[in-house]
Design a protein around this ligand. Structure first.
Ligand code: SF4
Length: 372
C-alpha cells in the first residue's frame, strides 16, 4: 500500500479507534506483551463484544505471566469457559509455565518471532501481534480481517489457504504475507497492523463494507471496479454432523463420572463420557457405556432428551442418558476389569462441584438436561 494511503489509515484509526480494555488511550504507547498475547488469543474465532468481559475477568485473576504460570488447568478452563476452542486455554497455560521457567523471575514474553513461534499456541499471527504492538518491531500480522482487506484492495481471487500457486512460484499464503510485510515495513507497523484489524472489523466487513467511509478507498481495486462482493473468493466451510450419546453416570454417593481422555471432543478436559451413536438408538444401556460402568451395578437409566452444540466444525446433536449406580464412586468398576480403563483418565466429581469441574458447555448442557 502506498504511503499516502497508509497515512490516511493512521489518521482514520486515531479518530475511530474503539475504546477496548486491552487498548491504551495513547495509541502510540507500547503495550504490555502479556496483555497483547491474551487478548489476541481470546480474539481468535471470538467477537470483540464477547471477549471484552472475559478479558477483564482474566486480567483481574491472572494479571501477569507469573501469576498465570502458578495456576492449574482447571481454574484456567473456568475463566475460559464459554469462549470455546479450549486448546487455546491449555496452550496459554503451557506457554506461561514455559516462559516463567525460561526467564526465571523476569517472566517476559520473548522478543523474536522464532522464540515466540516455538511456544505452544503462538503462531505467526500472534507472534506478529506481540512483536509489533508490544515491542514496536516491524513485524507483520495476517488474520481474517487483513485477508479480507488485502483480497479486496488488490483484487486477489485466491485465499491464503488455497493449495495452488499464486504465480511466480509463490504460494497463496506467501502472496498475502508479502502484502502484510509491506504494510509492516514502517516504524508505525504497530499502528498499521492494529488499524487494519479495526478497519476489517468495523468498515471492511464481510457483508456490506462501508467503502464510502474507508480510508483505503482511493487505492482499493474491488471498490473502484465495483466488485467488492467478489472478494475474498468464497470457499465452503465443511460442517460435519456428529450424532452421539453423553452419559451422566451417578454413583450411589452422588458423584458424577468425568473423563478427560479417549473422547471424541474436549481432549484433556473433564467431560462426560460420550460416543457416537445412531439417531434411532434403542432404549436401554448402549454397549459402548460398558467401557465406563459395570452394567450389573445399574439401578436406573433415564432418557433425558438431547441437545445441540457446536465444537469447531462439528455440528453436534447429543442424546443424554442419566445412569444411576448402586455402588459408591470408590467401588465403581467398568465391566472390563476392576477399574475404568485408564486411557479414559476417569475421576469422580461431587454433584455440587459440577460447574467448577466440568468447565465446558458440552458437559454442562448434558448435566442440566439430566437434573432438570
Ligand atoms: S474500499 Fe471498501 S472494499 Fe476496499 S478496503 Fe475499503 S471497505 Fe474494503
Amino acid at each position: 500500500m502506498e504511503s499516502n494511503i497508509l497515512k490516511r489509515l493512521r489518521e482514520w484509526f486515531k479518530k475511530n479507534a474503539a475504546t477496548l480494555p486491552w487498548r491504551p488511550a495513547d495509541l502510540d504507547a507500547p503495550r504490555d506483551p502479556y496483555a497483547v498475547w491474551i487478548s489476541e488469543t481470546m480474539l481468535q474465532q471470538t467477537q470483540v463484544a464477547t471477549v471484552r468481559d472475559y478479558y477483564i475477568k482474566w486480567m483481574e485473576r491472572f494479571p501477569d505471566i507469573e501469576t498465570l504460570a502458578k495456576a492449574n488447568e482447571e481454574e484456567v478452563f473456568r475463566y475460559w469457559q464459554g469462549l470455546g476452542y479450549y486448546s487455546r486455554a491449555r496452550n496459554i497455560l503451557k506457554t506461561a509455565k514455559m516462559v516463567s521457567e525460561m526467564h526465571n523471575a523476569r517472566c517476559e514474553m520473548p522478543r523474536t518471532r522464532k522464540e515466540l513461534e516455538a511456544l505452544p499456541g503462538i503462531g505467526a499471527y500472534t507472534a506478529g501481534a506481540i512483536l509489533s504492538l508490544a515491542y514496536h518491531q516491524k513485524e507483520a500480522i495476517l488474520d481474517g480481517n487483513l485477508v479480507r482487506i488485502f483480497a479486496r484492495f488488490y483484487a486477489l481471487d485466491f485465499l491464503p489457504t488455497d493449495k495452488a500457486s499464486a504465480g511466480k512460484n509463490e504460494s497463496c499464503a506467501e502472496a498475502y504475507w508479502k502484502y502484510a510485510r509491506e504494510v509492516a515495513d514502517s516504524p508505525k507497523a504497530y499502528m498499521h497492523n492494529e488499524a487494519l484489524m479495526e478497519l476489517g472489523r468495523t468498515v471492511c466487513r464481510s457483508k456490506n463494507p462501508d467503502c464510502a467511509n474507508c480510508p483505503l478507498n482511493g487505492g482499493c481495486r474491488a471498490y473502484t471496479e465495483g466488485r467488492t462482493g467478489e472478494f475474498p473468493p468464497k470457499r465452503e466451510r465443511t460442517q460435519r454432523d456428529w450424532h452421539g450419546t453423553a452419559l451422566v453416570v451417578e454413583s450411589a454417593d452422588g458423584k458424577l463420572l468425568a473423563v478427560s481422555a479417549g473422547q471424541a471432543f474436549l481432549a484433556g478436559q473433564a467431560t462426560l463420557p460420550h460416543f457416537e451413536s445412531p439417531r434411532n438408538a434403542t432404549a436401554g444401556l448402549p454397549a459402548e457405556a460398558e467401557a465406563y460402568l459395570n452394567a450389573d451395578n445399574v439401578v436406573s437409566i433415564k432418557e433425558c432428551g438431547s441437545f445441540r452444540h457446536n465444537i469447531t466444525v462439528h455440528k453436534i446433536e447429543c442424546r443424554v442418558l442419566h445412569v444411576k449406580l448402586s455402588t459408591k464412586a470408590s467401588k465403581c468398576v467398568a465391566s472390563s476389569g476392576n477399574k475404568i480403563d485408564p486411557r479414559f483418565n476417569a475421576t469422580w466429581v461431587k454433584k455440587e462441584a459440577t460447574a467448577k469441574k466440568f468447565a465446558n458447555s458440552f458437559s454442562l448442557k448434558a448435566i442440566k438436561l439430566a437434573f432438570r
